[in-house]
Design a protein around this ligand. Structure first.
Ligand code: ADP
Length: 275
């Protein structure tokens, strides 16, 4: 394992992670007991879940609330793709086929992101889309301790509709969803309603769709998730770190329930942040 770590991690990656280790916070209830979301301790959380489940949405909201960076490896990959750097063409092919990027590339991108974060004085993180393979999870364990892994879940037909409805404003980068989801309960799966998340007028004419959000690519990403990433859920389950969360619907229903499951008092945290 040490050899793998040496193989994939630049030396500074290791030290960056170790330097940002939290003290001993393992659950969000600790936030409430100290009442200080931006105090000395930092959170080291991971968000898992299938494509389209909303990892980015909820991880980013929590990152604002807890004052720790939201680091999405998918965003790092897309940033690299748009840069027309040497890696760009290679990544384009892999991502647009719904496959996973190599561990080596992902660790390099993550390492660079952490370096930038360190220079800004960041500590802690909410990782989104990483680790996605057992190998990535093992390497992450070699360099730091993860406090909590949140596994977001939604029925598969809804995931596909959500991915196909996803739109991004090419100017401000905000995400929206034009899908209007209304599925009945069937075969033990819950019924679900999610109204579209429509853009404001200034974004409406600038919406773009991710190149990998086409039906065949989404289906391939779901297949790859089952093959490579579901075992990661098990990896953390066995270590007692996994919190399963079945999304009950759209953001208005799911967000308060997620905070409740994490034992986070949003009102209390916002009051402290504003003080
Ligand atoms: P998704 O909506 O499928 O969860 P992401 O935005 O997280 O998509 O990632 C987009 C793409 O970037 C993935 O399909 C994959 O090709 C690549 N990618 C992101 N994170 C990783 C990772 N940890 N390991 C390998 N590839 C990754």
């Amino acid at each position: 394992m040490a050899a793998l770590t040496r193989q994939f991690l630049k030396p500074q990656f290791n030290s960056l992670f170790i330097r940002s280790l939290s003290t001993n916070s393992s659950t969000a209830s600790l936030i409430q007991s100290t009442g200080d979301p931006k105090g000395s301790r930092s959170f080291q959380w991971v968000f898992l879940g299938c494509p389209g489940v909303g990892k980015g949405t909820y991880a980013s909201r929590l990152s604002d609330l807890l004052g720790v960076p939201h680091i999405a490896t998918g965003d790092l990959v897309r940033h690299e793709l748009s840069s027309s750097g040497p890696l760009s063409r290679q990544l384009d092919e892999v991502v647009n086929q719904g496959k996973l990027v190599s561990d080596e590339i992902i660790f390099n991108l993550l390492s660079k992101r952490l370096e930038v974060g360190e220079s800004r004085g960041e500590s802690g993180f909410i990782l989104d889309g990483f680790p996605r393979t057992i190998r990535q999870a093992e390497i992450l364990d070699e360099v730091t301790e993860i406090d909590l892994v949140v596994n977001l879940k939604l029925r598969e037909d809804v995931l596909i509709e959500k991915c196909l409805g996803r739109r991004i404003c090419s100017e401000c980068g905000k995400g929206f969803n034009v899908a209007s989801i209304d599925v009945m309960a069937e075969n033990g799966l819950p019924g679900m309603r999610m109204p579209p998340l429509l853009p404001p007028q200034q974004c409406a004419a600038k919406l773009v769709t991710r190149a990998d959000d086409t039906e065949p690519v989404v289906k391939e990403r779901l297949r790859v998730y089952k093959e490579k990433s579901e075992p990661v859920e098990d990896y953390y389950r066995k270590r007692g770190k996994l919190m399963e969360f079945d999304l009950p619907g759209g953001i208005p229903e799911s967000w308060p329930k997620l905070l409740e499951a994490l034992n986070i008092d949003e009102y209390h945290l916002k009051k402290i942040a504003a003080a």
